[in-house]
Design a binder for this molecule. Structure first.
Ligand SMILES: Nc1ncnc2c1ncn2[C@@H]1O[C@H](COP(=O)(O)OP(=O)(O)OP(=O)(O)O)[C@@H](O)[C@H]1O
Ligand SMILES: [Mg+2]
Length: 286
């Protein structure tokens, strides 16, 4: 088993660099799934091969949002019933979506067989990808922390509600104190204008600055835009349905910028590093 895992990992070491971004936020309903999907689609429109890992076990799953039919999910991959390629659903502009595993099992609780299954599944992935975006659930569950700490970049989505800021702070604090993460990219969503986004960011960085040793960066300000809800009702993405709308323009800009974020050189820039982190013994809950 361990040998299998090691050889799968070795195989992947020869693989290309890949950018892995987690979209998280602490609070529910701040816009994580919309930002994940639209960023993925905007990147795909620029010719990138993008995969979305739907790690959100909530109701508004990415497949539901795009009206896609999903039959199998990651749990079938973990149990060895099928390959990762077989569960992938193709979305707009060819983005690949890996539907979440059902249940609330934490990565730290996977059995050795499931660990090996997960690593093998990714090492056997035939679909070449340039970017992996992980849509996490609300809250600070083990699952959310595992996916976030394993990613190269963590986008923390906040909106102008006191609970959004306190939840984002709790998430940042936990990732920092327990898992040594110190860089966070903040996205201010549903704001009136750039100034309001900046003010929101300032509030968050004021508290983190006082109590934590972390580096926050405001990477996008996405305005409140009815077109997001209109697009969701049509089960499309705003960057497709209303590409000239304010939120679509802001998300497209975010996608362009994210493509320029450096991918760490060895060892953090490969898919196997993400997986090693995801399932490592140091994972949360231990
Ligand atoms: N910029 C925006 N302008 C207007 N409405 C928005 C914006 N961003 C998101 N929304 C709306 O907010 C709601 C929540 O969005 P979304 O499902 O993406 O959030 P989430 O953080 O993924 O939620 P959950 O924690 O439940 O997974 C949706 O109805 C969506 O249409
Ligand atoms: Mg969501």
């Amino acid at each position: 088993m361990i040998d299998d895992q090691a050889s799968s990992l070795r195989k992947m070491k020869q693989s290309r660099l890949i950018k892995v971004i987690a979209v998280t936020g602490g609070k529910g309903g701040v816009g994580k799934t919309n930002i994940t999907l639209n960023t993925a689609i905007a990147m795909a429109k620029r010719g990138k091969r993008v995969m979305v890992l739907d790690a959100d076990l909530g109701l508004a799953n990415v497949d539901v949002m795009l009206g896609l039919r999903v039959e199998r999910n990651l749990s079938h991959v973990l149990s060895g019933e099928c390959t990762l390629d077989e569960i992938l659903v193709t979305g707009p502009h060819g983005i690949k979506i890996a539907p979440a595993t059902s249940g609330t099992q934490s990565m730290a609780e996977l059995t050795p067989t499931e660990h090996a299954g997960l690593i093998r599944a990714f090492s056997e992935l035939r679909s070449e990808i340039d970017v992996l975006i992980v849509d996490t659930a609300a809250g600070i569950s083990d699952m959310v922390l595992s996916f976030s700490r394993a990613s190269q970049d963590i986008m923390v989505v906040v909106c102008d509600e006191p609970t959004s800021l306190t939840d984002a702070y709790a998430l940042i604090k936990l990732l920092n104190r327990e898992h040594g993460v110190f860089r966070f990219k903040v996205v201010a969503n549903m704001v009136r204008d750039v100034r309001e986004g900046q003010e929101l960011f300032n509030k968050l960085s004021k508290v983190t600055g006082r109590f934590l040793d972390v580096a926050l960066e405001l990477v996008a300000t996405i305005p409140f835009d009815e077109n997001i809800r209109r697009a969701v009702r049509k089960q499309t993405a705003i960057v497709d349905a209303f590409p000239g709308s304010p939120a679509a323009l802001a998300i497209s800009q975010l996608a362009n910028n994210a493509l320029t974020w450096p991918i760490p050189a060895q060892p953090g820039g490969h898919l196997e590093f993400f997986l090693e982190q995801l399932v490592s013994e140091k994972a949360v809950g231990n």
